[in-house]
Design a binder for this molecule. Structure first.
Ligand code: NDP
Ligand code: 8X3
Length: 251
């Protein structure tokens, strides 16, 4: 049986990936902070698909506790076939001189350092097995910058760089490394960016049909299900109505 570890599995893209991989018969290690929601999602997947789920209620910014929680999994769970580095967020949308230090720290610590922490732990397991596939969730914000996107864009540019460099480092071990860079996907992302302001979050998607989380999960499944000799390095996926980070055809 194959195993996938997904960070940020309580909502949006991570939750959609959990469904799709469970439907494909994978057993899952799911990481997120909201314990009740994670338990609810895990129970649903176990009941619906008859798979096993390990719940890791952890903040990926805390290397020591994340490492403890993952390293104490039973040995057979550490043969991870697919790691989806998905947990991430944006906080605020302010010009650089008005940005909040605490927002900056949260984004840098989650999107860059958290992604590095899960990668360090799981890539060591993959190296021991000489196989595995790491999927990094970047963003259009990792390919271009947009007004007030400053630190979020910087964190996603870092994901783009890390995606390229981990592929080089893990090449001798037969480990595949791929990134998906989505444009606008309607998830909890904007609600989190605007700190619970649902009206402001909704406006982000006014007048266009954004991507949905399943669109990204399906693309990830396409990447993961290629034959062993094929690796998709990088995939940029946008809503049809979005040409760049800021050029959007709203009706
Ligand atoms: P959501 O807010 O819906 O999901 C984010 C997930 O990350 C949640 O499950 C959340 O769970 C988890 N998470 C956040 N911080 C932490 C943390 N410190 N430790 C553990 N888990 C954490 O957003 P999306 O699904 O949209 O976002 C997923 C990824 O996709 C992110 O990396 C985002 O940057 C990226 N992305 C999103 C786009 C969009 O338009 N939506 C476009 C491009 C990229 P919990 O709160 O329970 O911890
Ligand atoms: C999230 C999408 O447009 O805010 O990465 O960069 S966007």
């Amino acid at each position: 049986m194959k195993t996938a570890l997904i960070t940020g599995a309580t909502s949006g893209i991570g939750a959609a990936c959990a469904h799709l991989f469970a439907a494909q018969g994978y057993r899952l290690i799911l990481v997120a902070r909201r314990a009740e929601l994670l338990a609810e999602r895990a129970r649903h997947l176990e009941d619906k698909y008859g798979i096993e789920v390990k719940k890791i209620v952890q903040d990926i910014r805390d290397f020591e506790n994340l490492s403890y929680a993952l390293e104490t999994l039973p040995a057979e769970w550490k043969k991870v076939d697919v790691l989806i580095n998905n947990a991430g967020l944006s906080q605020g949308l302010d010009p650089i001189h008005k940005g909040s230090i605490s927002d900056w720290d949260t984004m840098i610590d989650t999107n860059i350092k958290g992604l590095l922490y899960s990668t360090k732990i799981v890539s060591n397991w993959m190296v021991a097995e000489k196989r595995g596939h790491i999927i990094n969730i970047g963003s259009i914000a990792g390919k271009e910058v947009y007004p007030n996107g400053n630190v979020y864009c910087a964190t996603k540019h870092a994901v783009d760089a890390l995606n390229k460099s981990m592929r080089i480092d893990l090449l001798p071990y037969g480990i595949k490394v791929s990134a998906i860079h989505p444009g606008m996907v309607e998830t909890e992302f904007s609600k989190v960016r605007f700190k619970g302001d649902e009206n402001r979050a909704k406006k982000v998607y006014d007048g266009l049909e954004p991507l949905i989380a399943d669109d990204i999960a399906e693309a990830i499944w396409f990447i993961v299900s290629r034959p062993p000799h094929v690796n998709i390095n990088d995939m940029l996926i946008m809503p049809t109505a979005q040409a760049t980070g800021t050029i959007i055809d709203r009706k």
